[in-house]
Ligand binder design. Structure first.
Ligand code: HXC
Ligand code: NAP
Length: 274
């Protein structure tokens, strides 16, 4: 079920928006009449997302860019703004993750996740600033419970997402005077996504235990996150800025440690990347 809010004629740009949760957000805005730009690394993902979004009937642009490449990110915004005008809503959600204990993690393994999640988010926000509608733009960073709940096997992602949430707060201070709001969404485990596949416990029994550890007794859906993004980008959230909004059925209160630790133990035992 998706909420109904009108974004007709608005330009929404979703970085990392070609698959999973972020693609679901892009679809939700397309259904509400927005002009949608999605960007990510892989041409095949960009093409597939473009095709599916175009079927919803509105204007769509797909751009290939790696968030680690500052200049490529800048070119992506220039192309999008040339096509659809200033960005009304920016979603920054590109991320990478794998399970690995810190003692086994290589320097490059730590760096690659920090580069995508944290430095990449800075690149997106920094390059977007000159192209955001002022006043009125809404920016949403997609983070994770790891940013405030320390979780084994997640040193890289926990550090990176904590940095992203602090960027949200600092930029809320710096950009508030321009009439730009910026918030973080922190999804719990969202079924049917790559993050869920990589990080969730490997056995049915452990998944069931993980599910019952969520106060609301269910995993999340892509629509849960898309609905929150629609709300945070809308005028109904016009006085909300610098907030970290969990969308996790209360899971971070209880802890998502159970599935991650089970999956991490399995990965460590087999030596296979999870
Ligand atoms: C240990 C690993 C590893 C693994 C990679 N590395 N996978 N180390 N265990 N499973 C190490 C490599 O050995 C290498 O270090 C370094 O990381 C870089 O690996 P590359 O494969 O060269 O990097 P790259 O091609 O840039 O790919 C980045 C990636 C990849 C993050 C490793 O998985 C990716 O592109 N992911 C994008 C999709 C994704 O992860 N989606 C899920 C997001 S979910 P060395 O030293 O050997 O050179 C999420 C949070 C969910 O973010 C939260 C749920 C609660
Ligand atoms: P996903 O489908 O793998 O989404 C990641 C997106 O980022 C993809 O579109 C990917 O496309 C893009 N991307 C990755 N590296 C990139 C790079 N270097 N440059 C540009 N784009 C890049 O994963 P997901 O599970 O839906 O996660 C989406 C977001 O939600 C992430 O920020 C994640 O941390 C967060 N999250 C997810 C969960 C969950 O349960 N799934 C829980 C908490 C938080 P390309 O491969 O084409 O680049």
């Amino acid at each position: 079920m998706q909420v109904n809010l009108d974004f007709t004629g608005r330009h929404i740009f979703v970085f990392g928006g070609t698959t999973g949760i972020n693609f679901g957000i892009a679809q939700a805005f397309a259904r509400q009449g927005a002009s949608v730009t999605v960007a990510s690394r892989k041409q095949e993902n960009v093409d597939a997302a473009h095709q599916q979004l175009a079927q919803l009937g509105g204007p769509v642009l797909g751009v290939c860019a790696d968030v680690r490449d500052f200049d490529a990110v800048g070119r992506a915004f220039a192309e999008a703004v040339e096509r659809f005008g200033p960005v009304d809503v920016l979603i920054s959600g590109a991320a990478g993750n794998f399970l690995c204990e810190a003692k086994d993690m290589s320097s490059n393994g730590f760096r690659v996740v920090v580069d995508i999640d944290l430095v990449g988010t800075f690149h997106v926000l920094r390059q977007a600033y000159g192209h955001l509608r002022k006043p009125g733009a809404a920016v949403i960073n997609i983070t994770a419970p790891q940013s405030f709940v320390p979780i084994r096997y997640q040193a890289h992602a926990s550090a990176a997402k904590a940095g992203v949430d602090q960027l949200t707060r600092v930029l809320a201070l710096e950009w508030g005077g321009d009439g730009i709001r910026i918030n973080s969404i922190s999804p719990g485990p969202i079924e049917g996504t790559e993050g869920f596949r990589r990080l969730m416990a490997p056995t049915e029994a452990e998944r069931a235990a993980a599910q019952s550890s969520v106060p609301m007794q269910r995993f999340g859906t892509v629509d849960d996150i898309a609905n929150l993004a629609l709300f945070l980008a809308s005028p109904y959230a016009g006085y909300i800025s610098g907030a970290l909004v969990p969308c996790d059925g209360g899971g971070a209160l209880e802890s998502v440690k159970v599935p991650l630790e089970a999956a991490g133990r399995a990965a460590a035992a087999t030596g296979k990347p999870a």
